[in-house]
Design a protein around this ligand. Sequence first.
Ligand code: ADP
Length: 233
Amino acid sequence: KPLIAMEGVCKSYASAGWDLDVFDEAALSIQHGERCAIVGPSGAGKSTLLHLLGLLDTPDKGRLLFNGCDISTTTSDQRAQLRNQCLGFIFQNFHLLPRLTALENVALPLFYRGLSRAAAHQRAYEQLERVGLDERMLHRPASLSGGQCQRVAIARALVGAPALILADEPTGNLDSATTEDVLHLLLQLNREEGVTLVVVTHDTGLAQRLDRCFHVQNGKVTEKPHHWDMAHG
Ligand code: ADP
């Protein structure tokens, strides 16, 4: 069964007295282990889609199945538990807590799962080793580079062994060499752990390195074959 299946999904926002329809009967299906890009013009609904796939928001209409579980029948506590156990989030601006060290930032999701401090720190250390930052584990975000901060954030996203990583413009604040490092790391983790990747990006080069590319536009999600830009302008 697919990891994510969305069928006939509608989503609107009430804004200034009228409804803004972001999705109108949108559909999409993602299998375990797939590497997916989400692209589309600004304001098209990419973040809204990421919030739906990230179980932070629910459809107004239609179905969203996560690993076979119908999300519309879940309570917000159940969704919080699913997020904590199955999902990892990565953001453009890293969202690290400035007063915590790299190690403490990575360990944080494990505290929410009730692990002891020692066990959480041990697993956080192992993840920092995986992303090549174990030697910086006692640094706070302010004394790390952008690429290093994003690697800490990737370690944090991975520490709970998620089925799915959702990334919102993960390389948007990075230079091209660092972008390559971060992309390489994500692809490696996908190969080694089978973690499914969903990446919102404006970077068409990055999108082409993933298996599938979903285009969000005019209320729908359509799959775009690779080399679409070249073939159709
Ligand atoms: P994208 O990520 O593709 O730029 P978004 O999903 O952020 O697009 O937004 C889609 C549309 O929904 C935009 O027109 C945006 O202004 C609107 N929107 C997003 N969030 C809200 C909200 N909480 N309330 C009202 N309108 C919103």
